[in-house]
Design a protein around this ligand. Sequence first.
Ligand code: ADP
Ligand code: MG
Length: 139
Amino acid sequence: MSGNITFTMIKPKAIADGHMGNIIKKIIEGGFNIKALKYTRLTKNDARKFYEVHKERPFYNDLVEFMSSGPIIAAVLEKDNAVEDYRTYIGSTNPAEAAEGTIRKLYATSIEANAVHGSDSDENALIESGFFFSQREMF
Ligand code: ADP
Ligand code: MG
């Protein structure tokens, strides 16, 4: 049985491009209930830790630099089948391959600066939510 929680970030480039309002609006319109929300910035160490599973990948160092380059929005989202539905809703990692109308198709500028993060499993959704939020910050 799949869970009802996923975790997302609006990445620095989408914030810098002025898309945070539109992306939050689109998330709500997609039927995702916002359980927690924070405007914050990752240190390099935070970004290294958050993306540790990718540390052997060639893009890891650039990704750490990018994700710590400016403020982000972090949020916990609630919906039936949240992880899978949100990944469908945001579109492919590479925005060039993302379906029409998805968040990445609309707001991403490159495979790295792909507008938003979305958890890839129920387990990671909980780990990633805990990275940013305490229980008393989730509603
Ligand atoms: P997703 O965010 O769709 O789950 P991954 O977990 O594979 O994708 O990758 C994590 C993040 O690393 C991506 O969202 C993107 O910002 C970046 N990334 C992935 N692949 C590449 C790549 N080939 N070149 C540069 N950055 C990448
Ligand atoms: Mg991923």
